[in-house]
Design a protein around this ligand. Structure first.
Ligand code: NAD
Length: 463
């Protein structure tokens, strides 16, 4: 039995979002802001309580205000009770798909559990419901979920609807995505219903002209991992160039600018530094390689192994740079690390390059102090052994080397003269290539960037 699309309410869709982390909680609040009735389901009671009381369990610009507004509007609620999702017309799956311990492959146990919850709780007696998959999954997952739903006897239509939001811009990206992809089931009738129900959900966004692409299940799943693989490759490409610049006296920031004028290349994602991290790119490229292996096409993606290796080498490189500035040993030296989150405007510490560099330096015996504008509390609970402080001034007091590892605006804006007065030895490792080397050198600092010239050499390179 298919929904008569004409009878689907045009203004408001009943939605459930399963998994209310960085993606799901923001998605739930944004869907409510589009006028839909939304219930967010999570297994984490503390997270649900926090969301229901209007306190975001993570830092994301604009989210606190949006959450407050939508809770007050009465269209948004969070629960741990799976029975509450029974009547929703669309169920977004937004649970985690982390890397399996000791393997490259993705851990699909959370997705399996979410599907099981759906099968046990949805009520499709009055017509089908749509499962819209947002989690990043190995290609083949959507078809498998469709099979599981069919075997269960529920009238569930699976559409894969990958999410491209960037942490730090999650709210804006959710309501102004640059494209929307529907991976539809092979059955044309089901595909049509799935498309219409999602069109209903995104009507307001589609009306603004956002491109909507209709694909089959595998294409939609591949679009997401292909996009992340491309971005990771771009970052590792420029980091490889940084290594060449270091070896030859070139300057990678100038190189990036010069090649970026070619609009086939473009300037974005061409900043060399300590590389990518977070809960997506690293695990996504590894899961992609693992899946390619299962499919017998691993050779197609062996380049991603190198992309991953280049990325991880940048972390080691930052450690070595700091070590060299200290004469080869960390013991007996105070090291200040600015930034712990994997990127600015986020408190996400998952696979953070900043944190890994800090941990390596700490494990080599340094007296290490670390700070981050948003992630300090998360860091204290995750790694209680680290000396975490709240301000830059506390972090750099008496330091022998300062490492800038997450490019928060307030770190980019630091005044080298003011900071010079606080440290013991003015050594700076600019792990994100965001500082002006000449300005720091002029203030008396020994500056080291990633593949970047410093001091008089940089000034000469400008002319
Ligand atoms: P997250 O770990 O922040 O959130 C996952 C949430 O799912 C957690 O709150 C967890 O408690 C909950 N959960 C786990 N099992 C559950 C179950 N059976 N029922 C209900 N809730 C359950 O992860 P995230 O960063 O939000 O990512 C989620 C997915 O979205 C991943 O596949 C990720 O790759 C993808 N994604 C994330 C982003 C991003 O920027 N974070 C962007 C695009 C895609």
């Amino acid at each position: 039995q298919l929904i008569d699309p004409v009878k689907v309410r045009l203004s408001s869709v009943r939605i459930s979002v399963i998994g209310c982390g960085y993606l799901g909680a923001v998605h739930a609040a944004c869907m409510a802001s589009l006028g839909h009735q939304v219930i967010g389901l999570d297994v984490d009671e503390a997270k649900v309580a926090s969301l229901n009381s209007g306190v975001p369990p993570f830092y994301e610009p604009g989210f606190a205000e949006l959450l407050d507004e939508q809770l007050a509007g009465g269209r948004l609620e969070f629960t741990t009770d799976p029975g509450r999702i029974a009547q929703a017309q669309i169920h977004f799956i937004a649970v985690g798909t982390p890397q399996l311990a000791g393997r490259y492959a993705a851990d699909l146990s959370y997705v399996r559990a979410a599907v099981q919850t759906l099968i046990e709780n949805v009520d499709t007696s009055k017509g089908p419901a749509v499962i819209a998959g947002k989690s990043t999954v190995p290609v083949g997952t959507a078809r498998h979920i469709q099979d599981l739903c069919d075997e269960s006897g529920n009238d569930l239509i699976v559409v894969w609807n990958p999410e491209f939001l960037r942490e730090g811009f999650a709210v804006t990206d959710t309501v102004h995505p640059d494209r929307i992809v529907y991976g539809l089931p092979d059955d044309p009738d089901r595909a049509e219903v799935g498309r219409k129900v999602l069109d209903e959900c995104y009507a307001e966004l589609l009306a603004t002209g956002i491109p909507r692409l209709l694909t089959n299940h595998p294409t939609a799943e591949l679009v997401k991992v292909a996009a992340n693989s491309f971005l990771a490759t771009k970052i590792s490409f420029i980091n490889a160039m940084a290594q060449l610049c270091d070896a030859t006296g070139g300057d990678v920031t100038q190189l990036a600018e010069a090649i970026g004028y070619d609009d086939r290349i473009g300037k974005k994602f061409l900043r060399a530094g300590v590389g990518f991290g977070g809960g997506c790119l690293p695990k996504d490229i590894r899961a992609f390689m693992a899946r390619a292996g299962e499919l017998g096409v691993d050779e197609a993606l062996t380049f991603l192994r190198e992309v991953d290796a280049i990325n991880l080498r940048q972390r080691d490189k930052a450690v070595e740079m700091a070590s060299n500035l200290l004469g080869g040993r960390f013991v007996g030296h105070k090291v200040a690390v600015l930034g712990a989150a994997f990127k600015p405007n986020s408190d996400d510490l998952r696979d953070s390059p900043a944190l890994e560099v800090a941990q390596q330096i700490w494990s080599r015996g340094a007296d290490l102090v670390i700070t981050d504008p948003a992630a300090a509390d998360a860091l204290r609970s995750k790694l209680p052994n680290l000396n975490v402080v709240d301000t830059v001034a506390e972090a750099v007091a008496g330091a022998d080397v300062v490492l800038l590892l997450t490019e928060w605006q307030e770190y980019r804006d630091l005044d080298p003269r003011e900071l010079r007065a606080l440290v013991r030895t003015p050594n700076i490792v600019d792990g994100r290539n965001v500082l002006d080397p000449q300005r720091w050198a002029d203030a008396g600092w020994t500056y080291r960037g990633m593949g970047r010239l410093a001091g008089p050499a940089a000034a000469r390179a400008q002319v």
